[in-house]
Design a protein around this ligand. Structure first.
Ligand code: HEM
Length: 187
């Protein structure tokens, strides 16, 4: 196990670089976390918003959601290039669960914006990023396809919630119960 040193504020310091993710991977992780924590509830509340104010919710949800796609792709490329740092010793079954949850989170957070984007286009509302930058639409208006894409988007929404809760459970298990350095790998 890699033991960190703690500064006066009780924050772990001096964790060897090889025990932490590459800086870019760590930055992208926290940007995606903030974006998803904003985009997910925005998507959930849109149907409850009064018509006069709906557009701004759509623009913010769709634009920030679209950014998640590109950041996730960049993050995945960087992770593949820079590799995964050595991790704490743990039972093989726990490693398998962690790898599965991480893999599914990557897949879901890439598929989610793609299906949202396709649905919006198929409903006949091509995306204009933050209301200014038109994004090329790969599908034309098609109501049947729109319903299919949106059903996948909604199903992925609940899947991401479950994966997120499992992810947080894993973080708490390492940080509060085992008190190991796992969380510091991503900070
Ligand atoms: C990681 C990125 C995204 C997340 C986490 C996300 C999440 C969600 C969630 C949780 C919902 C509510 C689903 C439900 O009603 O059960 C939703 C709805 C929706 N999303 Fe996304 N979304 C993302 C990206 C996108 C993108 C990129 C677009 C389009 C460019 C988009 C378009 C929509 C639309 C049109 C709705 C339906 C809103 C309504 O009319 O009720 N989403 N999204």
């Amino acid at each position: 196990m890699t033991m960190p040193q703690y500064n006066e504020a009780g924050v772990a310091e001096g964790l060897p670089q090889k025990a932490r993710y590459a800086p870019g991977v760590r930055i992208f992780h926290w940007i995606v976390a903030v974006l998803v924590l904003a985009v997910w509830p925005l998507g959930m509340v849109i149907s409850f918003i009064a018509e006069d104010h709906k557009t701004v919710f759509y623009v913010l949800h769709e634009s920030f959601g679209f950014l998640v796609l590109w950041i996730m792709l960049a993050r995945l490329a960087l992770k593949l290039l820079r590799g995964t740092p050595d991790r704490e010793l743990m039972p093989v079954w726990q490693e398998r669960i962690a790898d599965t949850v991480h893999g599914l989170l990557y897949a879901a957070l890439i598929a989610m914006p793609i299906f949202g984007f396709l649905a919006t286009n198929a409903f006949g509302f091509p995306l204009k990023l933050f209301g200014v930058l038109p994004i090329w639409s790969p599908v034309g208006k098609n109501d049947d396809l729109a319903v299919i894409f949106m059903t996948v988007h909604q199903t992925l929404g609940w899947t991401i919630l479950v994966l997120f809760l499992l992810h947080i459970a894993g973080v708490l298990h390492h940080h509060v119960i085992r008190r190991d350095t796992t969380l510091y790998r991503m900070t």
